[in-house]
Design a protein around this ligand. Structure first.
Ligand SMILES: Nc1nc2c(c(=O)[nH]1)N[C@H]1C(S)=C(S)[C@@H](COP(=O)(O)OP(=O)(O)OC[C@H]3O[C@@H](n4cnc5c(=O)[nH]c(N)nc54)[C@H](O)[C@@H]3O)O[C@H]1N2
Ligand SMILES: Nc1nc2c(c(=O)[nH]1)N[C@H]1C(S)=C(S)[C@@H](COP(=O)(O)OP(=O)(O)OC[C@H]3O[C@@H](n4cnc5c(=O)[nH]c(N)nc54)[C@H](O)[C@@H]3O)O[C@H]1N2
Ligand code: SF4
Ligand SMILES: [Mo]
Length: 697
């Protein structure tokens, strides 16, 4: 039996895996985030290990739309040859790398090093740009540090009030909901979501509040809330003086957001907004937490900033009984953003433009600092550079399926086809892998050792329970072998603990300092939260003694409401919002291969209000066409009174013509590079049943 964690989301529920004749048996394991509980995806995760279409040998495209199996030497020699040729013809930045927030810390670290040292390219970014970048940018500029939750999840067990903005934890992290029991019982849960999501429904029993704004107006709502806090003198004056700076300017900047105007813009009744602010300010133990619903917008960084400002004016951040945080999404969404997969970062959450950081990391890597490239392009721009002068001509993809999950996915798929060379490391033929010149089959979670950093900034151990199929390799091995073929004979290792020990050194002195954390400490069961410097201590609550800003105070940063990138609410158009279902994970590459989950949710369904649907002549369960100037999508409609009448909801887990991302925009947040996944203007029409296209056709 191996004590490990779930392969999917950032809650990283504890799991025990026992190999048996019928496959690997999954059992929930006592761990503070899940207390033995798992969701449906967790329980069924082992099905992907033995999926009948698992890739178990390297594949090389045969030029006729198919693949031919190849030996590892053949595949790796071909990749090295092509990358070297592209580098000599077009320069080092012609080779691009695309990582993932599901990769272990060790893989994420080695991938960043591989890009900068072995390929010498600046062009590396990852799917966390689609996920955490706005909340990260907001926390860095306001609080001086980006650690998703700067407190253990179990702190919420004692909390009184929680403002949960754009997060549907009841579907996206079901075992997390048990930490809200006390809050719910006391009527302290406030959920902000244009849908009455499963989470918004949790406000029903205890008497909490559901605020149902017009999509994309959360920033206006928060500005209005801050103004109410100031106008009703609910702010914490002593805290503002001692622990923050910028209050005067903030107060001026929200002055025009009087309740009536806030109500007009957001559609949320002013009385409800007032009630929410008073509830948060009423007693000790209040928390403000954001999710993707408010972050995946062209103004996501400013919205997260306003959420931080609200928490600061109420005096909530850095206190033992209250706080602000964001819910990290992917399994290693936190660690994945700290060790150098991000275009502008080096390990330890250091900035690649900082000369001191460059010198420190270059020394660990044994290379001159001036050999390290500068910052590359954020994910959306990296993908958009394909086919442009000076753009990337090859891409190595590790742990992402952008053909389904990237915004404006039709254009993305076209560009990937135009690459000179595409290499995808995966364990299945994902929609992206199908377009590759070479597919490299890799090990899965239950077959490997490593570490991940969960949503609380706690580093945890992944442990191998089973032996992988003969033909697959770990990514650490692949990167080491490729580096050798590119001339780097030292400095790369396929052994996770060796890589982690190097990561510790490379992170020492950085914001995310892991130097005090070791496999030995983790294996003894010590709870290790970063920063944890060598000779120092674990930091479960980093803001207790001050903020890591130059002044030691948090910064109240003024922000303005601009609204979404698309022009919304034009005649005949609806607002499309996108998100998740309990049963599927991300692009669905894994969960669509789990028979139980695929049977429960075989296809995408468009949630639409019955009144809106009837006006358009759309019956419950009937096929519809959604379209805008970026693309068109075919799905079935399902009536739901839980959604606003001007809004429709589509999950993004499905491929082909059911892809929600055929309709999303490539507009990004100017600070973070986060795409606006959460709002798009669409037209919806009924189509004849025989005109409907199923998945795979
Ligand atoms: N089942 C499942 N669980 C997952 C994942 C998964 O794919 N499937 N993925 C994991 C990952 S990577 C992530 S990032 C997390 C994401 O976790 P969440 O943030 O909880 O997930 P989403 O469903 O993307 O969005 C949350 C809510 O935002 C709402 N929303 C949409 N537009 C707006 C808006 O303009 N304003 C507001 N206030 N709300 C809006 C949606 O209606 C939705 O209910 O989940 C993790 N857990
Ligand atoms: N419209 C819309 N689009 C969205 C979102 C949304 O809310 N709405 N959410 C966005 C968010 S928050 C996220 S996080 C992204 C995620 O979207 P993706 O980046 O596509 O994430 P996954 O589907 O998890 O893709 C992981 C792929 O890598 C494989 N894989 C898993 N583990 C490993 C590993 O260790 N190594 C390797 N090499 N491969 C592995 C899986 O089989 C799968 O094919 O989607 C974004 N896209
Ligand atoms: S909540 Fe997340 S970590 Fe827990 S079992 Fe479900 S998918 Fe896995
Ligand atoms: Mo995510």
């Amino acid at each position: 039996m191996a004590e490990t964690h779930c392969p999917y989301c950032a809650l990283q529920c504890g799991m025990n895996l026992t190999p048996g004749a019928a496959g690997v048996e999954v059992a929930g394991r006592e761990f503070p985030t899940n207390r033995g509980g798992l969701c449906r995806k967790g329980w069924t995760a082992a099905a992907v290990l033995g999926t009948p279409d698992r890739v178990t040998e390297p594949l090389i495209a045969d030029g006729r739309g198919g693949f031919a199996a190849a030996s590892w030497d053949m595949a790796l020699d071909l990749i090295a040859e092509r990358l070297i040729k592209l580098r000599s013809s077009y320069g080092a930045d012609a080779n691009g790398v695309f990582g993932g927030g599901g990769l272990t810390n060790e893989k994420a670290y080695l991938l960043g090093k591989f890009a900068r040292v072995a390929l010498g390219t600046a062009m590396i970014d990852y799917n966390g740009r689609f996920c955490m970048s706005s909340a990260a940018a907001a926390a860095n500029r306001g609080l001086g540090l980006d650690r998703g939750l700067p407190f253990p999840v179990t702190d919420l067990d004692q909390a009184g009030q929680l403002l949960l903005l754009g997060s549907n934890v009841a579907d996206t992290m079901p075992p997390f909901v048990q930490h809200l029991d006390g809050i719910r019982a006391g009527g302290g849960l406030i959920v902000v979501d244009p849908r009455r999501s499963a989470t918004a429904d949790l406000t029903a029993d205890g008497g909490g509040l559901h605020l149902q704004p017009v999509p994309g107006t959360d920033l206006a709502l928060l500005l209005g809330m801050i103004r109410i806090a100031i106008a009703e003198d609910l702010v914490d004056h002593d805290y503002l003086v001692a622990r923050t700076e910028g209050f005067e300017a903030l107060a001026r900047s929200v002055a025009a957001w009087h309740p009536a105007r806030t109500q007009t813009v957001t559609g949320v009744p002013a009385s409800l907004i007032r009630q929410a602010v008073r509830l948060l300010a009423s007693r000790a133990g209040s928390y403000v937490i954001t999710g993707r619903g408010v972050e995946q917008h062209a103004d996501g960084t400013d919205t997260a900033t306003a959420a931080i400002n609200l928490a600061l004016v109420l005096g909530l951040v850095g206190r033992p009984d209250s706080g602000y945080g964001t819910l990290t999404g992917q399994g290693n969404g936190q660690g994945g953003r700290e060790h150098g997969q991000k275009a502008d970062q080096l390990p330890g959450y250091r900035m690649i433009t900082d000369p001191t950081a460059r010198a420190a990391v270059a020394e660990v890597w044994g290379v001159p600092a001036d050999r390290l490239p500068g910052p590359g392009l954020p994910a959306v721009r990296l993908l958009a550079s394909i086919g442009e002068p000076g753009g990337i001509r090859s891409l190595l993809v590790h742990g992402s399926n952008p053909v389904v999950s990237a915004p404006r996915s039709l254009a993305v798929a076209e560009r990937l086809r135009r690459l000179d060379f595409l290499v995808v490391s995966d364990f299945v033929l994902s929609e992206t892998a199908r377009l590759a010149d070479v597919v490299l089959p890799v090990t899965q979670w239950a077959e490997e050792d490593g570490t991940l950093t969960n949503l609380e900034g706690r580093v945890i151990r992944r442990r191998a329970a089973v032996t992988p199929p003969a033909g697959v390799r770990s990514e650490l091995w692949i990167l080491t072998e490729l580096a050798r073929r590119l001339g780097e004979t030292t400095g790369f290792s396929a052994d996770p603990e060796t890589v982690f020990d190097e990561l510790r050194r490379a992170s020492a002195g950085g914001r995310a300092d892991y130097s005090g954390i070791s496999y030995a400490r983790l294996d003894q069961g010590e709870a290790c939260y970063w920063p944890y410097p060598e000779g120092g201590r674990s930091t479960p609550r980093p803001f207790t003694d001050g903020f890591p800003t130059p002044s030691g105070r948090a910064k109240l940063i003024t922000v303005e409401y601009r609204g979404p990138a698309d022009r919304l609410h034009r005649r005949g158009e609806l607002v499309l919002i996108t998100g998740r279902l309990l049963e599927h994970y991300q692009s669905g590459a894994q969960t669509r291969r789990v028979p139980e989950l695929a049977a429960a949710r075989p296809e995408a369904m468009l949630e639409i209000h019955p009144a809106t649907a009837s006006a358009l002549g759309i019956g419950d369960g009937e096929p519809v066409r959604l379209h805008n100037d970026r693309g068109e999508c075919r799905v079935r409609a399902v009536y739901s009174k839980a959604i606003r009448r001007d809004t429709v909801f589509l999950p993004f887990h499905f491929p082909d013509r059911q892809r929600a991302n055929l309709l999303t925009t490539e507009e990004t947040d100017p600070v973070s590079g986060m795409p606006e996944f959460k709002v798009a203007s669409v037209r919806v029409e009924r189509v004849a049943a025989d005109d409907h296209v199923e998945v795979g056709e």
